[in-house]
Design a protein around this ligand. Structure first.
Ligand code: BGC
Length: 777
């Protein structure tokens, strides 16, 4: 064990200097020992300004004033972390370290002059975690991730992220949970609880409406108050209320005309006043434009920090544009955050988290979140089956997305390796051909930082002879379809949301060859987001949506394919028939506005154009739209098959009259022949007289334990008035209407198994909110 921060000599010298300074001025207040306000009072103006601005980040090619470190400060000791705060040793204020998130801790795996490595576990992407519908499992993932944060000497993890799956093309959807705010909020809350149980912080991001990447630093998202409150803010509200994250990260975009990082109604009004948030707000990296407006809005910490911001704040203090008490409020919040951290508590860290144990958690979570979309007696695979394993991604299995959400892991398991480890035999000739092809193609990829998304490798062509031989000599074909995406760029429809022609042709050819021999074809979707399936899904006999499952990918997919784990994942985002059916597609991703780069003066200057998008889909996101309008989908929200069957029975309500609270209970029984777990979903249909309401809305969910064949479990759910309420713009309040409500419990949003009704005699104002976040014009 060694002390923070990891043997950095400069840092040790800085600490010694701090000690000496403190000794020389014994009467100086010290953070944690003296009241925080005394520490604030003892700070110079420059120190205060430095504390609310991170210590910078090297940005290749950017001019010096847009680089860090802003004040020549010593960088604290975790290479590859995203940022640090400023240390003021004379007042006992250490630097703290912030690093990404959200699929695992992101730090540099190797350090100069150090032979050991600093790898982190690549957990499954958030979209997969949401598909587990298992909050306690997600909390365990958070715990394992938080332990790595803690043991590598990092103080705050920059995650979880919970923007909305508003459109399948959102380039970072893999980093987000769901199209539904209840799923997003509860998953994020579980993650925050898990990470923070390790004594480190989280940063719930990106508040709010950074739902796609196109012009993300300039775009003005215009959205109604109702949609904001019910869809886009609701998940954040749940996580803030349920799990008290240490920090929140504001988003890059504007919201109804104002950068979120400069919006007092959002950061002070909604977050602190309405939701009772007690933590700190930081910007996204180089986000927003006006440092003074950000300070005034309650964006306490500007990350990663630039010299330009430093200058702007000093000048604003002089001119009176920035009031001393506003700066002091933000400084106080930074100090409160620092006092919670391992850095402040001088906790030792091992640099040696238990990566083996965490890999097991990653594998378990990955298998639990895979969704069986189709199964015509093809799965589970027989142990003795000989497989024709086809598709580039079977041999270069995609573990996660790119950008800040990528993780530097020690290894990853391909599907080929996972199947072999599970004892299945894979045709070696085709495996060797693919391995050689993929390696050759990878060599040809442009050299770029691993951070960035590389062009996809063209699918290897399989000849008719090869297919004929495989169909004769093997028992089952497993074809993997892979997709990558990442920060900075949205996906496209051709060849990404939709299968490329070569991929469709491959599926057709494989299906024809294997079906001709009465043999089955299984497709594994190794994707980060929703893709089109309706046009080809009848070709294979089974489709397993494996998502991007983290470093244990191949093992976890093999667990599900072989039946070691009975699939129990369900979709937390709808698979539409076609992209045009998605209600947000019409105006996606938005339009460019005339005029110069609105960030010309800011740290993100560089050719971005002013842009805007209007969320015309309002609250009708995902299943709320499809179910209400009767639009046919490929696979509905909440859908997922199993190797067993479940019966729902005995739905009972505690009362048929709503009086502040109501409990619904029911039995779920495993009626099939394999052990399995079921995700039961509770939807409510409201009277919808006072204002239009979706045909049904998810209000609660639960996942059973592993039920043996014949075994039952009683589940119960509680509904509160807030669950019945809608946001009313005119009165700025959550209102629950009077009338008859239906509780619908089912295995998916389209597979309702039990219903019951209750009534509410009087309309009720459930909660008032203090602020409006600007009307959508
Ligand atoms: C991303 C954030 C991330 C930050 C620091 C930004 O580009 O939007 O999600 O936490 O970088 O790496």
């Amino acid at each position: 064990m060694k002390r923070r921060p990891g043997g950095d000599l400069k840092w040790v010298l800085a600490l010694l200097a701090a000690g000496a300074a403190a000794a020389a001025a014994e009467d100086l207040p010290q953070l944690g020992k003296s009241p925080t306000r005394d520490v604030v009072a003892a700070m110079t103006r420059e120190e205060k300004v430095s504390l609310v601005i991170g210590t910078g980040m090297q940005r290749p090619g950017a001019p010096p004033e847009r680089q860090g470190p802003v004040v020549g400060e010593v960088k604290a000791g975790v290479p590859g972390a995203a940022g640090n705060t400023f240390a003021i040793p004379r007042l006992g204020i250490p630097a703290i370290v912030l690093a990404d998130g959200p699929a695992g801790l992101r730090i540099q795996p190797k350090r100069a002059d150090v032979s050991r490595t600093y790898y982190c576990t690549a957990f499954p992407i958030e979209t997969l975690l949401a598909s587990t519908w298992d909050v306690s499992l997600v909390e365990r993932v958070g715990r394992a991730m938080g332990n790595e944060v803690r043991e590598y000497g990092v103080d705050v993890l920059l995650g979880p992220a919970l923007n909305t799956h508003r459109n399948p093309l959102g380039g970072r959807n893999f980093e987000y949970y769901s199209e539904d705010p209840l799923v997003s909020g509860r998953m994020a809350a579980a993650m925050v609880k898990g990470v923070q149980a390790e004594g480190v912080g989280t940063s719930v991001k990106h508040l709010v409406a950074n739902d796609h990447e196109w012009n993300r630093n300039t775009i003005d998202v215009k959205v109604s108050q109702r949609a904001l409150r019910e869809i886009y803010l609701r998940g954040f509200e749940i996580v803030v209320r349920e799990a008290q994250p240490w920090t929140v990260m504001s988003s890059y975009n504007k919201l109804n005309g104002t950068y979120t990082s400069e919006s007092a109604p959002l950061l002070t009004g909604v977050l602190h006043q309405d939701w009772g948030f007690g933590g700190l707000v930081m910007t996204d990296w180089f986000g927003g434009r006006d440092a003074v407006a950000q300070m005034n809005a309650g964006n306490d910490l500007l990350m990663p920090g630039t010299a330009l911001q430093q200058k702007a704040l000093v000048a604003a203090l002089e001119s009176g544009e920035l009031k001393q008490d506003v700066l002091d409020r933000n400084v106080t919040r930074v100090l409160e955050l620092i006092q919670r951290t391992p850095a402040f508590r001088r906790l030792a860290h091992s640099d040696a988290p238990d990566l083996k144990a965490h890999a097991l958690v990653a594998r378990e979570a990955a298998a639990e979140g895979m969704v069986l979309l189709r199964n015509e007696r093809a799965l589970p695979l027989a142990k003795a089956a000989k497989l024709a394993l086809i598709g580039n991604s079977s041999y270069a299995t995609i573990t996660g997305g790119t950008g800040s959400g990528d993780v530097n892991k020690a290894y990853s398991v391909t599907l080929g390796e996972g199947l072999k480890a599970a004892g299945l035999s894979v045709d070696t000739a085709v495996a060797d051909a693919y391995a050689a092809y993929v390696a050759e193609q990878q060599r040809k990829q442009p050299a770029g930082p691993p951070f960035m998304l590389l062009p996809p490798i063209p699918e290897r062509e399989v000849t008719a002879e090869e297919l004929g031989r495989l169909a004769r000599e093997t028992d089952v074909a497993v074809v993997t379809v892979g997709r990558r995406s990442g920060e900075f760029r949205d996906r496209k429809t051709e060849g990404d949301f939709e299968l490329a022609d070569a991929e469709k042709a491959l599926l057709r050819d494989v299906a024809a060859a294997f079906h001709a021999q009465q043999k089955k074809v299984v497709v594994v979707l190794n994707v980060g987001g929703v893709i089109e399936t309706a046009s080809w899904r009848d070709l294979p006999d089974a489709i397993l949506l494996a998502w991007q499952p983290g470093q244990e990918a191949g093992n976890a997919i093999a667990d599900v394919l072989t039946g070691r784990t009975t699939p129990s994942g369900k979709l937390a985002t709808t698979f539409p028939v076609k992209w045009e059916d998605v209600p947000s597609s019409a105006g996606f991703p938005g339009k460019v506005l005339e005029g110069p780069d609105p960030n010309a003066q800011g740290p993100m200057a560089g050719g971005a154009r002013a842009a805007e998008v209007t969320y015309d889909d309002d609250i009708w996101v995902g299943y709320r739209h499809y179910a209400t309008k009767g639009v046919k989908v490929a696979y509905p929200f909440g859908y997922g098959l199993s190797y067993t069957r479940f019966r729902y029975s005995d739905l009972r309500l505690s009362s048929h009259q709503f009086d502040g609270k109501l409990t619904a209970s029911l039995m779920v029984t495993n009626e099939g022949s394999a052990p399995g777990r079921e995700v039961a979903q509770l939807y409510v249909s409201a009277p919808g007289k006072a204002r239009p309401k979706p045909a049904l809305e998810l209000k609660a969910f639960a996942k059973t334990k592993l039920l043996k064949p014949g075994e039952s479990e009683a589940l119960s759910f509680t509904l509160t008035a807030r669950d019945l309420a809608s946001f009313d713009e005119a009165s700025s309040a959550w209102l629950a209407e009077a009338g008859s409500y239906t509780v619908k419990v089912g295995a998916s949003s389209e597979d309702i198994r039990q219903t019951a009704t209750f009534s509410k005699t009087a309309a009720e104002t459930v909660a008032r909110v203090s602020t409006s976040v600007g009307p959508a014009r």
